[in-house]
Ligand binder design. Sequence first.
Ligand code: ZN
Length: 657
Amino acid sequence: MQNLWNDQEAAQFTDDLALRVYTSRLLGKEKTLVLHGGGNTSVKIRTRNILGEEEDILYVKGSGWDLETIEAAGFSPVRLDHLVALAGLTELNDIQMVNELRTHMTLASAPTPSVEAILHAILPFKYVDHTHADAVVSITNTRDGLQRIREIYGEDMVIIPYVMPGFDLARICHEIYSRDATDKTIGMILMNHGIFSFGETAKIAYSRMIELVSRAENHLAAHQAWNLPRPAATDEAESLRVDIAGLRREASREAGFPLLLMTHRDDHCLGFAQRDDLKVISQQGPATPDHVIRTKRVPLLGRDIAAYSRQYQAYFDEYAPQARDPKTILDRAPRVILDPQLGLCALGRSAKDANIVADIYRQTMDTILRAERLGGYRALPAKDIFDVEYWDLEQAKLKKAGAPPLFAGEIALVTGAASGIGKACAGHLLKQGAAVLGIDIDPAIETLFDHPGFMGRVCDVTDTQGISDTVEACARKFGGLDMLILNAGIFPASRPIDSLDKAFWNKVFDINLDANLDLMRECHPLLRLAPKAGRVVIIGSKNIAAPGPGAAAYSASKAALNQLGRIAALEWAGDGIRINTVHPDAVFDTGIWSDDILQSRARHYGLSVEEYKTKNLLKTHITSHDVAELVVAMCGPLFEKTTGAQLPIDGGNERVI
Ligand code: ZN
């Protein structure tokens, strides 16, 4: 592992806290040391308070900050003497501990200090660095881990047996450290958890971390267990969509709410999921306590959710019968499913959550494989995993999280999503917590939203194979489909019937009608597996009720689409799928309405542009956002008991009314 300390860079960080920021960021850059907020750092500084008294303050990483991007404000200042005194108590529950940490800060606006703050306080060094280094965790999680750690580190390190993070860990570290530390001690190993290094300067503590972790890496390398081979996995699958959507439905039912199920089918994940010994090596719990906290349990399910359910119940029976009260089971959902065909399936209520789960499990797979090469992976006993999962702090955090967004864990497909009404619909759905696949012929679709829950895909809706591929991609990326928004369409230039040729007519029908038939047919198998029932919203047109001369192809195609939607409402009601239609009119913020076109249309009617835009009974503007809000509402609980309905959104039109 490379030491990234650079004297020139470091010179820009002038005081003790600034240097703490600098080396914390260096640690944060190395993903094999810290992943998704794992690890924490501190510095002890003597300061003068408002009364002019001198105080020793521990600046420790605050919760919610990532080491890679941390600033001085990310360190919580806590009075050191109090923390050290706390370590002398025999007992302190997690809620009490957080209370002590928060009430002994010297800055009210600082974040809550890390739960490992007391542990930092009791180590008698100015700078303390703590990581969950992959190499160290891999070695400690083997059958003869303790012996190997002693062999690698000799007298340089104090070794702490596994204890769940929190007050007990700090107290036990205090005891063992006071007993075992010598002049030679430069760090501390926490079995099944991670590593501490310390020193009088930021540079020494950081450099020791790199040196100590490198020793673990070298040990692994010497046993061909560091750089893991990645043999190509077999990938013969063609259509997985129904399989995936079915699995997602089962997992969501188990959880009690919709979940995204994001599949990862690269060689790393498929290769692991296709191992013959998978059942043995993967069923042994997560790699470190932090992973448990973030991922809950990481069970191997294969395809058998029912088996998972039984296993989970047995777990409760054995360890916490009282926890079976549904009110105390906050999250029973599986987080990871391994399947030889589907690879690694990461579940979560948002794409961000599912991505974190996937990142952590990728790391866990390597920890397991490395430990296997060292003679056998051994994770924590189940009882300890349970303790970590359900410890008071986690419970408190979950309770505080509040209600999830309306469409959390759900997936929408929006056509014609690069601009206008489609773009507005995609944006509103994302805001309400849905994952969105937007398709369009405009390549701008690919980068339309910088959001983990958005996938943009170039697709011509008249390409039947392209539609099929898109639906498959949607299932592989997010796990299925809950909402289909049929928006793509064209409004061609005016053409009277006496000069209306068949090619023109067919083109309009291809896009406005036939493409939607393909989409509905391809999406139906997924919509019927949606955990909360599928929904389709069709963007219709005022022209169905109130056609205009010159728009024969457009109006006829939209009328036919309207009829298609009504039939689908009849045919799919048995699957619980609702199909409703909005009929917008005079939505002018949609790209096709340039200033020139607006002016010429307004002139045609002898109106000003403003009069033309509000040419409706209510004299109001109708925007693509107004339409999107109605579309989103039609997908939500307000329209839960409505199907086959048509709703105008046009400011009121005499011919429609
Ligand atoms: Zn830790």
